[in-house]
Design a protein around this ligand. Structure first.
Ligand SMILES: Cc1ncc(COP(=O)(O)O)c(C=O)c1O
Length: 434
């Protein structure tokens, strides 16, 4: 359940009028709801009753320090994929002793950093990586805790760019080779086998691919428990969220009306479907949610620059662009787009909602119906809290957008908008051009 509502005519995040945030900090600006994050965390962490569950929030979805701190305060550990993400956890004042390090290309430096920080486990993606972790740990005179990421060859029925558990994907070690990889790991003197991991993709809206992956992994996990004494299984992240009619999905009205099988996956349904097989294994369970913690907890605020009426086509040109929110351009993603001030007396407008970047890909929505809006009025892109700000770039020399965190009636800017001076600070004109 999210905490974005119209109170009267104005869209609010919790008790804060979003137009006030837009006026104060400018646009484009991301705004996150602390209560929504808490609700998402609490529901998922409590979804597998009787099991020893640890949520390792996947920083790649949104790594803002304030978000990380909020989740740490709630009791979350973390899943990071780079030394930079790990340093964010530390910079947020959270520990990494319960956290895990994934990713196919860990460097020597990153492995050393993680060992020195004392992480819970490395999620190993290949046999060469295993050798490298052993080597770096040996130089430090320690044993590196590891789990192998196993690729179960399951179709997650999601966008091709975010499917990770098929045999053709670069992730993990194929199920058939996994037992041999564990035998190899057992021979390394500086490696300690602790668990098994899998992650089959993102924005998965039905539970069956998760069940299939767990069914495929369970016999191996049971065997590893006997042979190598593993203590945990991580079943990754991937739970999908509502992007269409996201505003209405707050109190679940929209998705409750959907027929069985078409309902987006809830934390409760996910937990109920997976808990029986996990219970049989008797292992600690790690969950690595990213999107399902953050997507519906954030919106991107933007301002209308122009309404351009073309031949048979209208364009609503806004000040946010694909550099701020790349999901529509990169994944053909849908975001509900709503005015910050709702006015039911106005006519509807059908328009392409586009940004100012010089690319036709800079289009958020085609032929979208929206209340007629004019220059200077604000709108919000719903469900933009995950894979939004973290994927922002400076394309067209546009600054990385600001971020604001709301809690009840309190709000604070947690990332300032980048300045031009910051954008060019690391560039210089070489002496031979002067
Ligand atoms: C290993 C791993 N765990 C967790 C996640 C988080 O996935 P999601 O944001 O879909 O929950 C990812 C995302 O790609 C991942 O690669």
């Amino acid at each position: 359940m999210h905490h974005f509502r119209y109170a009267g005519q104005n869209l609010h995040c919790e008790s804060v009028d979003l137009a006030e945030v837009a006026r104060l900090y400018g646009t484009p600006t991301y705004v996150y709801s602390a209560a929504t994050i808490e609700d998402n965390y609490t529901r998922l962490s409590g979804s597998m009753k009787g099991l020893d569950v640890r949520v390792c929030y996947s920083l790649k979805a949104n790594s803002n320090l304030a978000v990380v701190r909020h989740l740490a305060n709630l009791g979350s550990a973390f899943d990071f994929v780079s030394g930079g993400e790990m340093r964010r956890v530390l910079a947020a004042g959270a520990g990494v002793r319960d956290s895990v390090f994934a990713g196919v290309g860990k460097t020597d430096v990153e492995i050393r950093l993680a060992l020195e920080a004392g992480i819970f486990s490395f999620h190993v993606e290949s046999e060469p990586e295993l050798g490298r972790i052993n080597h770096v740990a040996g130089k430090l005179g320690v044993r590196a805790p590891i789990a192998i990421r196993v690729n179960p060859d399951v179709d997650a029925n999601t966008h091709a760019k975010i499917t990770t558990g098929k045999s053709g994907n670069k992730f993990g070690i194929p199920l058939k080779q996994a037992a041999a990889a564990y035998e190899a790991a057992a021979k390394y003197p500086h490696v300690e086998i602790k668990g098994i991991q899998t992650h089959i993709g993102s924005q998965i809206t039905e539970v069956s691919p998760f069940v299939e992956a767990l069914d495929k992994l369970a016999p191996l996990a049971a065997d590893l428990k006997v042979r190598h004494g593993i203590s945990y299984i991580s079943i990754g992240g991937g739970i999908g969220v509502v992007y269409r009619e996201a505003l209405a999905s707050g109190p679940f009205t929209w998705w409750e009306t959907q027929p069985e099988g078409k309902r987006p996956l809830t934390a409760e349904a996910y937990g109920a479907a997976l808990a029986p097989a996990l219970r049989q294994l008797g292992l600690k369970v790690l969950l690595e949610p990213g999107r399902s913690m953050m997507a519906n907890a954030g919106v991107l605020l933007s301002r209308v620059e122009y309404l351009k009426r073309g031949q048979g086509k209208n364009f609503l040109i806004v000040d946010a662009a694909m550099n701020d929110l790349v999901r529509p351009a990169m994944y053909d993603a849908f975001h509900e787009i709503v005015p910050l001030r709702r006015d039911t007396t106005r006519r509807a407008l059908v328009a392409d909602i586009v940004g100012p970047i010089c690319e036709s890909a800079d289009c958020f929505a085609k032929d979208r119906q929206i209340q007629e809006l004019g220059e200077g009025e604000y709108l919000a892109f719903m469900s933009a809290g995950a894979y939004g700000h973290v994927m922002a770039s400076r394309y067209n020399t546009r600054p990385i957008p600001a971020e604001v965190l709301v809690k009840g009636s309190a709000f604070e800017q947690v990332t300032a908008r980048e300045t031009f001076e910051q954008m060019v600070a690391n560039e210089k004109i070489p002496a031979f051009l002067k």
